[in-house]
Design a protein around this ligand. Structure first.
Ligand code: FAD
Length: 500
């Protein structure tokens, strides 16, 4: 195989344009010819508007000016996710970004908090995380360097308009020399001997040749599935949701919460994502437990403003391709797999796919060892996220519908059972290898969903009872004062990055 010079990206949704932007920036037009093909007739999936803090790494890689990015995508800031009615009806908790307190004497903060509870102090773990406190009060600011202040560690992500994000990245990529071709791909040419893809063919007969093809064609999996014949691993027994109704509503004054809200419903959950110009809403559900019409009615009855258009139905299946990279085709985005957006992980998975491709870039031809590693890591990444998602559904007191009874009693993925066992005994959480969600996230959701532990981790006895109380109350106070100091989310946007 010759040096890779022609890269063809199939699809111009979030995955396609993120890939085009990153490759144009890192490889540059002088190194490779980057062509993106997309079909205006087919369009994009049109959802996908909440992110996690890792997107800041991607933005830094591209060298984006954050205020411009937010202004142009009508974005807002996100400090975490509020989960309403998940553990039981009438209950809510917050999964924040950033850690609780900080590790002291090499011991995880949550061990001290658990010890504090056994000392008869009953307070909320959320009080020990600035993002959670600020979110509750509608506050936001970027971190500022103040020694020993929680203000220096504020962690955040964004909500943005998916359509505007793709346009933003398109302008960025084209500015760096990426070529865009509009047209519908109707077939592809493969080398009969090697099975490598040689070209994609458009409806009008145009043939676009490439050395490396990146399949960003969405759920269709045009290249990875239809051309390379890679099957899909179905995870519906763990992630039974397979449909979503999505509908935007008008922006209501003062409702730009700096967080996503997820509300559990009879057969799934509803998202609420505030943007500057509108609010995104959707009901993710399983049609094995509620019919589509009833799900749409539920969504429409639970909006905080009138809908701006008719709801749109999206069908999906939780799971992933058996291989993410086959010969000279790499699948990124929905073509490679999907897990429901409960923890806003899909855009992150696009980013991870791009980063791994760059790490193992086949500049001098394809090495099977690289491909195998890419595939193995991608499956692991998916499995870790899946286990975290399953936790939300499975650890609940809710048994008010067939759906929740199924979720409570489902057979667990093996690694998840081990996580439960470790937590239930001494409240311990161990991060596996490079799994995305760290112990703060696991702790937030385990405690939020109502899991309990038999005793606190004895390593917390490294500090006396009095010291634990003094330290933790000090931290709580510092967080409280930091939140008081912060401007409101709306004021921050108005001052820095309001849409024009
Ligand atoms: P698409 O947007 O579907 O793009 C596919 C592209 O391929 C289009 O440009 C299309 O025109 C092109 N194409 C297809 N066939 C052809 C053809 N024959 N010829 C030419 N072009 C073709 N992710 C998050 O991170 N956060 C969220 O909050 C979130 N919410 C979601 C909610 C729902 C209900 C769903 C379903 C997904 C959500 N996601 C979320 C996932 C997110 O939407 C996707 O990861 C992201 O939009 C990437 O999609 P994509 O680019 O892979 O596919």
């Amino acid at each position: 195989m010759e040096t890779i010079r022609k890269i063809v990206i199939v699809g111009g949704g979030t995955a396609g344009w993120m890939t085009a932007a990153a490759l144009s920036k890192i490889l540059g037009a002088n190194y490779a010819e980057i062509t993106l093909v997309e079909s205006d007739d087919i369009g994009t999936v049109g959802v996908g508007e909440a992110t996690i803090p890792q997107i800041n790494i991607f933005n830094r890689l591209l060298g984006l000016k954050e205020d411009d990015f937010i202004r142009q995508t009508h974005g807002t800031f996100k400090l975490g996710i509020e989960f309403v009615d998940w553990a039981r009806k009438g209950h809510s908790y917050f999964h924040p970004f950033g850690p609780y307190g900080f590790d002291m004497k090499g011991v995880s903060f949550h061990a001290f908090w658990q010890k504090l509870q056994t000392l008869g102090v009953s307070d909320s773990i959320s009080d020990y995380n600035l993002q959670a406190v600020a979110a509750r009060e509608g506050k936001f600011m970027r971190p500022v360097q103040v020694e020993n202040s929680p203000l220096s560690t504020i962690a955040y992500a964004f909500h943005f308009d998916a359509g505007l994000y793709a346009k933003f990245l398109r302008r960025f990529s084209e500015g760096l020399g990426a070529q865009r071709i509009e047209g519908r791909i109707v077939s592809a040419d493969k080398n009969a001997e090697t099975g490598f893809l040689e070209a994609v063919v458009l409806g009008d007969g145009r043939r676009i040749e490439g050395d490396l093809f990146i399949d960003c064609s969405g759920f269709r999996g045009l290249l990875i599935g239809q051309q390379m014949g890679i099957d899909y691993e179905d995870w519906s027994k763990w992630l039974p949701n397979n449909r979503a109704w999505a509908v935007p509503t008008a922006r209501v004054h003062d409702n730009q919460t700096p967080y996503t809200r997820s509300t559990a419903r009879e057969a799934g959950w509803q998202w609420r994502i505030p943007l500057q110009h509108r609010t995104g809403n959707g009901y993710v559900f399983s049609n094995n437990f509620i019919d589509e019409q009833a799900a749409m009615d539920t969504l429409l009855q639970n909006l905080d403003a009138p809908p701006l258009k008719d709801p749109m139905l999206v069908k999906f299946q939780g799971g992933h391709r058996h291989k993410f990279w086959e010969k000279n085709v790499v699948a990124i985005g929905l073509s490679s797999g999907f897990m429901e957006p409960l923890e806003s992980t899909s855009i992150h998975l696009i980013q991870v796919g791009i980063a791994k491709l760059l790490q193992m870039f086949p500049d001098k031809g394809f090495e099977q060892a690289d491909i195998n590693r890419y595939n193995r890591l991608s499956v692991l990444e998916y499995e870790y996220i899946r286990d975290f998602l399953v936790l939300h559904f499975n650890q609940t007191e809710r048994d008010d519908s067939e759906y929740w009874r199924y979720c409570r009693n489902m057979e667990l993925p093996p690694r998840l059972q081990e996580k439960y066992d470790l937590f239930r005994s001494r409240g311990r959480i161990f991060r596996e290898n490079e799994e995305l969600f760290n112990d703060t996230s696991w702790f937030a959701v385990m405690v939020g969903q109502g899991m309990t532990w038999r005793g606190y981790d004895p390593v917390a006895d490294v500090m006396s009872d009095e010291d634990v109380k003094r330290q933790l109350f000090g931290i709580k106070d510092a967080i409280r004062k930091s939140s008081d100091y912060m401007p409101t989310h709306e004021d921050f946007i108005r001052a820095n990055c309001a849409m024009e």
